[in-house]
Design a protein. Structure first.
Length: 202
């Protein structure tokens, strides 16, 4: 009976030695799995956060592209208006020059001499002579000033056209850069995982 009792004790000891290491190994593996699951969840949260930030950056880039497209359209409208103003001013200069020439031709033909000179010389007094000279001078100055103003306006409009063309080119370059950035962000976005289900299932 002692042998039997000894055998039972040996069996209990052997079983307890076998059971205790397995229990510890099982608890350690479960702990490691939980820790790994937490790490994966943290990585997922970081990836989701990065994904949201990238999506927001893409939206910002798209808005910038839209704003630049609107600015380009406005610039084109300004160029169109400047061209119309240049044409109108050029036509006004041409008309003004023609009117002045026709007036001078008519006045010279009707009297056969220089009308301005005749007008001045018909003065009855020295005061009237100065007055008439002043009037002729003012008419001539006014015509010259109008034409000079119109020519200055054309120069300004031409410069404005050049400036607007440069502005449009700059905006086009910005759109190209933003489109490239959008493509890079889109590629970056593709690299982020879509869901945490596979992590939780593991």
């Amino acid at each position: 009976m002692k042998n039997k009792f000894k055998n039972i004790i040996y069996i209990v000891i052997v079983i307890s030695l076998l059971v205790v290491p397995f229990t510890n190994t099982s608890a350690k593996t479960l702990y490691d799995m939980n820790k790994e699951l937490e790490n994966l969840k943290n990585q997922k949260r970081i990836a989701d956060n990065n994904k949201k930030m990238t999506e927001q950056e893409i939206k910002n880039v798209e808005k910038s592209i839209y704003d630049n497209s609107v600015a380009i359209e406005n610039t084109r409208n300004e160029v169109k208006k400047a061209n119309e103003d240049i044409e109108k001013s050029t036509e006004e200069i041409k008309n003004k020059k023609n009117e002045t020439k026709e007036l001078l031709k008519f006045l010279q033909k009707s009297n056969g001499e220089n009308v301005y000179l005749e007008y001045i010389m018909e003065s009855d007094s020295y005061t009237e002579l100065i007055y008439r000279y002043s009037v002729v001078n003012q008419i001539s100055s006014y015509n010259n000033k109008v034409m000079a103003d119109l020519e200055e306006l054309i120069k300004k409009l031409e410069k404005s056209k050049v400036d607007l063309a440069e502005k449009e080119k700059k905006l086009q370059n910005q759109i190209s850069e933003l489109s490239s950035k959008k493509i890079c962000l889109g590629n970056k976005l593709v690299g982020y995982p879509d869901g945490v289900t596979s992590v939780e299932e593991d």
